[in-house]
Ligand binder design. Structure first.
Ligand code: GLP
Length: 250
């Protein structure tokens, strides 16, 4: 890992491990300079190495996480927080337990609620009450989705419930026993919600993300590639490995 951290733009690392170490260092630097930082977090396989790095860092250069607040992007509708495939469970196992974050520090939209629309509005309010997200971590779907904002999502969309595409259901089937177990709806921060983060860090690794990465960065902004709306944000960094960057004009 280099000492100089990347600024806004596209940064291609030798591999996912190197990119993840860079992302983790950016998060650590933020929390060191702002102990009550508000982090936006993502699930999926892409950020897991970043989370491992943050946990490992506590062994040799510990920082105080007790003032940090986190907001996750999304959750499957119908899965309770203790369901093994819920994003709540994923985040507890991959990060929160390792950093000893308490339940009042982390937030995910609820997958089960009597009134999901009001829960979504309340999620937006709690982000605002926290002072807003300082640094939002994002992955990207093969179809260009960010969080669960599928193609067709508006650039000013807010936290809401929406139907997942077959592509996303199939891509996420690997986390479930059978494809039929994958929920077909989700509650997700909107693109407008994500764009309000002060800084955004999108990670993408592997050949299967290459077209979505190219469309996000080089194509016109379009609701058919939700990540392309990031072009309108003043502080976005794409951290890619060589495969994810392979279709970019460089
Ligand atoms: C899910 C999540 C996204 C994530 C995407 C990619 O759909 N809602 O936030 O970016 O998966 O997942 P992976 O990193 O496993 O490729």
């Amino acid at each position: 890992m280099t000492d100089a951290l990347p600024s806004t733009g596209v940064h291609v690392s030798v591999d996912a491990t190197d990119a993840s170490a860079t992302a983790a260092k950016m998060i650590l630097d933020l929390v060191r300079s702002k102990p009550n930082a508000v982090l936006g977090l993502a699930t999926g396989s892409t950020p897991t190495k970043v989370y491992q790095y943050l946990i490992r860092n506590q062994e040799f250069d510990p920082i105080d996480w007790s003032y940090v607040t986190t907001f996750n992007l999304d959750e499957y509708v119908g899965l309770t927080p203790d369901h093994p495939q819920s994003f709540h469970s994923f985040m507890r196992a991959e990060l929160f337990e390792g950093l000893n974050l308490t339940e009042d520090q982390y937030h995910l939209p609820p997958g089960v609620h009597d009134d999901l629309a009001s829960a979504a509005a309340e999620y937006e309010s709690s982000i605002l009450r926290s002072g807003g997200i300082d640094l939002q971590i994002l992955g990207i779907g093969e179809n260009g989705h960010i969080a669960f904002n599928e193609p067709g999502s508006a650039g000013d969309s807010r936290t809401r419930v929406l139907d997942l595409t077959e592509n996303t259901i199939n891509a996420n089937a690997r986390f479930f026993e059978s494809p039929g177990d994958v929920p077909r709806t989700a509650i997700t921060m909107g693109i407008g919600t994500i764009l309000e983060a002060k800084q955004i860090l999108l990670l993408a690794f592997g050949q299967r993300k290459a077209q979505a990465v190219k469309d996000s960065i080089e194509a016109d902004v379009s609701k058919y590639c939700p990540a392309s709306f990031l072009q309108s944000h003043p502080n976005v960094t794409f951290l890619l490995d060589e495969d994810a960057a392979s279709l970019l004009n460089r």
